[in-house]
Write a protein that binds this ligand. Sequence first.
Ligand code: PMP
Length: 394
Amino acid sequence: MNLRLADRMENAINPFISDILRATARKDLISFGGGLPNPASFPVREISEAAQKVLSEDGAGALQYSTAEGYPPLRELIAARYQKRFGITVDPADILMTTGSQQGLDLLAKLFLNKGDDLLIERPGYLGAIQAFNIYQPNYHAVPLRKDGADTDVLEEILKSCSPKLFYAVPNFQNPSGLTYSEQNRKRVAELMKKSGTIFVEDDPYGELRFAGSEMPCMKSFLGEDVIMLGTFSKIISPAIRLGWVCAKPEIMKYLVAAKQAADIHSDYFAERVVCQYLQDNDLDAHIEKIRTMYQERKNCMVEMARRYFPQDVSFTDPEGGMFMWVTLPEGMSAVELNKIAAEKNVAFVPGDPFYVGERNVNTFRMSYTNSDANVIEKGIRCLGDAMREMTAS
Ligand code: PMP
């Protein structure tokens, strides 16, 4: 039978993405592929205590339906954290709890994107956002990333010929590149957003995982209301709990709430209560400090090993936080091809292709350092260096 699906599903399935993600999850591999937090960082005992407390003190209440916006005390804690981190005032009423920040991406696309609407995205960009946006069939404009952030010359050129509604970006320890926008770059991007009337969507799942350098101002501090912020507990507490949030001005929030209600009524209320209890009873900063130390050691090791084992003409980023390192092979070399040779040596990474819109066989790839110990990182990077040399020799 002809399924007669909606036109929007045309580019929804990308078998390439499913294949490579499946390949990076093989149990027998040294995997630098998946972007998974290190499970040793999960606060298992503390979450168990918080869940028990919620159940014993207000079990029936915590198991009931709730409001679309989410549990008010949790949204107050999130607003207070913005104040503490950046000195900005966020009204808890402007925060909507979502099922991971991934749902925030889907809701925003639903709210803003008609088929063919111009949309700015980083090059490379977060593949989960590309997947979410593809269903709404935007007309992408890719803004290349440089060492210090978005290429504002290209951005300025793009803005001369079209009027995008949104610029979706990850200014801190970006997925996949690990790059961070400098303060000057943020200011220039903000100027261009203001001038063109583009809303900046600031996705920040990794910002708290800074292990070097100093905290950057958030885009909201330059743009005020004309920013939509996305946040998540996935990388600082647990991704299984699926709790994220969107912060937007009231005119946008009322539509977000309508879309959220339509999608799933509200986020997991029990999870909201448990996370709120966890935050009230524990020192989140101390917990995050442990994660930072854990990731910094691994990142340092990966950079050191890449310097030792990768050929001279291969370059890579040296992130100041987050979970990812981005590798650039010499011009013309395909990371997909390298991935095949590496798989025979039981090493996995994510080739760059799914992080680009409309480009294939790129010479870049993503490696996550969060989940491997030093000896595994050394072994994996040595094998990758060998695979690179084999590829150039053949
Ligand atoms: N944005 C970015 C940039 C991410 O890297 C991720 C997770 N990989 C997400 C959003 C989604 O995270 P979650 O839905 O778990 O909050």
